[in-house]
Design a binder for this molecule. Structure first.
Ligand code: CAA
Length: 249
């Protein structure tokens, strides 16, 4: 069977660990080349070295997605080397959880900058190339927290903001052959959930119909589908991959 992402070139943010690193491995296994972006140089270079063992398929670039000049330069390099930018995955995201009454302005600003402004900058950077190609896919990481979660005012605002961006971009970019969707993971077994106090983790699991957190692979497979031509008529959508958590909302 032909690989799902054969010949696709993918700009992937937040690639060094968690869902991002799992996406990188699955995308490569499906025939893609990946331009890996993260702030963590050591983890990023280790991942790129692992992926490049079987051929030159990964390029690592250490940068902060809130820095427009660095993002533009990275997209330009990717385009120069591979000649195309088929897919952007706005995966990078951070949490700075605290109850609203105690949330600092710094915690608000950091989360909004990385989770909301970063994807805007990356999207603006790839758009002219995708427009020229008359094809492209832009996927962003929303979250079940977009619908509200205790202690995550900043994160929830950023993740519901991404839904607004996704729908707006889908409308603006459809005429250029660019599809835009979001994946909204439920609670997923990565380092991020280890910040949740254990008793709250237990409460959360009890609320999930499938009674467990997602694996990073289960989220990466949703990205793989939406990035592939199998999703050629899907745009402007939010795919919840949440074990049924939001089904009763
Ligand atoms: N459900 C029910 N009750 C909750 C709760 C939850 N999810 N989160 C907090 N509470 C309750 C606590 O039980 C506590 O109740 P009482 O006052 O009755 O004891 C009250 O809220 C205050 O909580 P804390 O004592 O823990 O207060 P704190 O200031 O020390 O910490 C907090 C607050 C930082 C929000 C901490 O509770 C916390 O980390 N909660 C988890 C936040 C969370 O779900 N983060 C998700 C991270 S994973 C992720 O973000 C990925 C994704 O996309 C889903």
């Amino acid at each position: 069977m032909e690989k799902r992402l054969s010949q696709k070139t993918i700009f992937l943010t937040g690639a060094a660990r968690g869902i991002g690193a799992t996406c990188a491995r699955i995308f490569v296994s499906q025939g893609a080349k990946v331009f890996l972006v993260d702030r963590d140089q050591v983890a990023l270079e280790a991942l790129a070295a692992e992926l490049n063992q079987a051929g030159e398929v990964a390029i690592p670039r250490v940068l902060d997605i809130t820095n427009r000049a660095d993002v533009e330069q990275a997209v330009h390099s990717m385009h120069e080397v591979w000649g195309r930018v088929d897919v952007l995955i706005n995966n990078a995201g951070i949490t700075r959880d605290s109850l609203t009454a105690k949330m600092t302005e710094e915690a608000w600003d950091q989360v909004i900058a990385v989770n909301l402004k970063g994807p805007m900058i990356c999207t603006q950077a790839v758009f002219p190339i995708m427009k020229e190609q008359q094809s492209g896919v832009i996927l962003s990481a929303s979250s079940v927290s977009a619908l509200g979660n205790i202690g995550q005012a900043n994160y929830a605002a950023s993740k519901s903001g991404l839904i607004g961006l996704t729908k707006t971009w889908a409308l603006e970019f459809a005429r250029f052959g660019i599809r835009v969707n979001a994946v909204a993971p439920g609670f997923t077994a990565t380092e991020m959930v280890t910040t949740i106090p254990e008793e709250i983790q237990a409460k959360l699991v009890a609320q999930i119909p499938l009674r467990r957190f997602a694996t990073p692979e289960e989220i990466a497979k949703a990205y793989t589908f939406l990035a592939s031509d199998d999703a050629s008529y899907i745009t402007g959508q939010v795919l919840y991959v949440d074990g049924g958590l939001t089904a009763g909302f």
